[in-house]
Design a protein around this ligand. Structure first.
Ligand SMILES: Cc1cc2nc3c(=O)[nH]c(=O)nc-3n(C[C@H](O)[C@H](O)[C@H](O)COP(=O)(O)OP(=O)(O)OC[C@H]3O[C@@H](n4cnc5c(N)ncnc54)[C@H](O)[C@@H]3O)c2cc1C
Ligand code: FES
Length: 308
């Protein structure tokens, strides 16, 4: 049944694409070409974490990502972490792990990068919400900081729970405080905030406070726990999933998680949808397309940060 649904959706996508191709082939092809953008500025969040700002009006929603192209090197999906519509700026935050992210982190103001997107299914917020909890582990805080900005602009109270191994890896503490979010930090060594994990902080928060929705992005083991906590409290929850991506458009199938394409159907999913995905928390595909256990996926290459 699920496969039938996925096939029906794929057929609809092809039909939609063909309609555009017939109408205006050049326009469609141009949409998927990268814009070559000059770097407006670079801001070091922490050692190893740089936010790169571009001057461009971007029509993006929180949870969406752009594909960042370094000519001759590679192209990577990176979440949009910041949008300033007034000043026509948007930003991404890159954590130095492997070759591509190392080059991105070394880039300076005035450098050029190719940008495609924004892509993906975003998080959703509603005007009916009064208070929400955001749970970010490591670089997972990036899309959540943009979500927090949007929610606060809608008058929603935001608990921004952010975690990392040590204090120097925590992201956006000052920015979120200035924005008016209630910031709750967790570090594994206790160097800032609660000693332990973001999920411990979420549990404590929900013992005393009521929230309308939980959002999470980070290591899959953390998101699994967040979904469990949301279930215990009978709360809705959206998570942002990561899989190896190539096209970012729903064409190549590289990012498949069961019958979902994470780049198009996600990266943001409702917890009910995540629960139907048998691969969630268990398997992912390497660059070659080979399906492996998550531990192997995270330790393959250099992405040890999320291997927990
Ligand atoms: C939707 C989405 C949003 C992301 N947002 C951010 C972000 O905001 N900031 C950030 O620093 N990183 C983000 N990433 C991860 C980023 O795309 C790269 O994985 C990361 O920069 C490492 O690439 P590398 O070439 O430096 O390292 P490599 O040595 O090539 O890879 C290290 C590990 O990163 C993962 N990885 C590598 N390439 C990809 C890829 N094309 N797609 C997905 N995973 C990959 C694999 O687990 C791999 O083992 C996001 C990934 C996805 C799917
Ligand atoms: S990355 Fe190609 S289908 Fe998702």
């Amino acid at each position: 049944m699920k496969n039938d649904d996925a096939e029906a959706r794929a057929d609809e996508n092809i039909e939609e694409m063909m309609k555009h191709l017939v109408k205006d082939p050049l326009k469609l092809l141009a949409v998927e070409q990268p814009d070559v953008l000059k770097i407006h500025s670079v801001y070091q969040e922490n050692p190893g974490f740089n936010t790169i700002l571009f001057e461009k009006e971007i029509n993006a929603k929180p949870g969406q990502f752009v594909n960042v192209w370094i000519p001759g090197i590679d192209e990577k999906p990176i979440s949009i972490s910041f949008v300033d519509r007034e000043n026509r700026l948007f930003g991404i935050t890159v954590f130095e792990t492997g070759r591509c992210s190392r080059i991105l982190c070394s880039m300076k103001k005035g450098g050029m990068l190719g940008i495609r997107g924004p892509y993906g299914n975003p998080f959703t917020i509603s005007k009916k919400m009064k208070r929400i909890a955001l749970v970010g582990g490591g670089c997972g805080a990036a899309p959540l900081s943009f979500l927090a900005d949007c929610a606060i602009a809608e008058g929603i109270e935001v608990y921004f729970i952010v975690g990392a191994k040590t204090k120097d890896k925590l992201l956006y503490i000052d920015r979120m405080k200035k924005r008016g979010a209630y910031v709750l930090a967790a570090t594994e060594d206790g160097s800032m905030g609660a000693k332990g994990f973001t999920t411990d902080v979420l549990r404590q928060l929900l013992n005393t406070d009521k929230v309308d929705m939980i959002y999470a992005c980070g290591p899959e083991i953390m998101m699994q726990k967040v979904i469990g906590i949301a279930d215990e409290h009978n709360l809705p929850c959206q998570i942002s999933m990561e899989r190896y991506m190539k096209c970012g458009l729903g064409v190549c199938g590289q990012c498949a998680c069961d019958d979902r394409l994470v780049c198009k159907d996600g990266p943001a999913f409702e917890k009910e949808e995540v629960k139907t995905m048998g691969d969630f928390g268990k398997y992912a595909r390497l660059k070659t397309g080979k399906k492996v256990g998550l531990k192997e996926y995270y330790t393959h290459g250099l992405n040890k940060q999320t291997a927990q």
